[in-house]
Design a protein around this ligand. Structure first.
Ligand SMILES: [Zn+2]
Length: 262
């Protein structure tokens, strides 16, 4: 879906080369129709396109904004997904909710989407740990994913997404799984009130239950010190991501978030 947005941009600027994708310049794109077949990216409801930039050994969001003209959101496309993709993408959607809710750019509108959407996500989360997947639950998970996309359209994502791209680029860890490693740490760094609120909305009594649930789904992070240091330093230099965090970020804090991923 993200590639479609990039292609729609480039087809509309035939005279430009690929470097244009990374230039901050207002430009029209062809209308894009998106049909999500996983329950994670929410790209059908966002203007974002995340592409791999090999020269920088990272994945990053294009500076352009391409809102899909239409999105066909139908849960039946999830029915035959491999279990691991269902799980990883549902964890991605959860990351979008948590990073949008705990975000310096959060508004009443984005928080409303998160509060409603986290409840929807939570109502189907048992299928991720082995409960039977029904067509209704497919619809529920996909609806949650689209709502999460709408939420991040308002706020952008935050530290877990920023950190995750290093794991995905260097170790090929699927996106949602890589985001999920950093969610307990990001939640732990937030204030106690907002943490309690989020845990309540997604149906966990405390951090321990939440961490255990995620650990059960995605296991521990496999990253050496060099990669963690590169990710931490990359985020400390990433003003766009730091701007989205509603508290002051220090290197020590980022290492703590990473340590909670093992
Ligand atoms: Zn994501």
């Amino acid at each position: 879906m993200d590639t479609a947005k990039a292609v729609a941009l480039m087809i509309a600027q035939k005279e430009k080369d690929a470097g244009f994708l990374y230039q901050k310049e207002k430009a029209e794109a062809l209308p894009v129709v998106e049909v999500p077949t996983t329950c994670g990216t929410g790209s059908e409801a966002t203007p974002y396109a995340i592409l791999t930039i090999h020269e920088q050994r990272i994945k990053a969001s294009l500076p352009h904004r391409v809102y899909p003209a239409f999105a066909l959101v139908d849960g039946k496309y999830l029915m035959n997904l491999p279990k691991s993709i269902l799980v990883n993408t549902a964890v991605d959607a959860l990351g979008h909710f948590i990073e949008s809710y705990i975000n310096a750019k959060a508004t009443d509108f984005s928080r409303m989407l998160c509060e409603y959407g986290m409840g929807i996500w939570s109502s189907a989360k048992n299928v991720l740990i082995g409960a039977n997947l029904t067509p209704e639950e497919c619809d529920t998970l996909l609806f949650a994913s689209t709502l999460a996309g709408m939420a991040i359209s308002h706020t952008g994502t935050s530290l877990p997404h920023g950190l995750s791209y290093y794991l995905t680029y260097e170790k090929g860890v699927p996106h949602g799984k890589a985001v999920g490693y950093f969610l307990p740490g990001y939640l732990a760094m937030a204030g106690p009130l907002v943490r309690k609120k989020v845990l309540g909305l997604i149906g966990f009594p405390d951090m321990q239950y939440f961490s255990a649930f995620l650990h059960n789904l995605i296991g521990p992070m496999d990253a050496d010190d060099t990669l963690v240091t590169r990710a931490v330093q990359g985020i400390m230099a990433n003003e766009a991501k730091l701007r989205n965090v509603p508290y002051e970020v220090t290197e020590a804090m980022l290492y703590q978030i990473c340590n909670m991923a093992y």
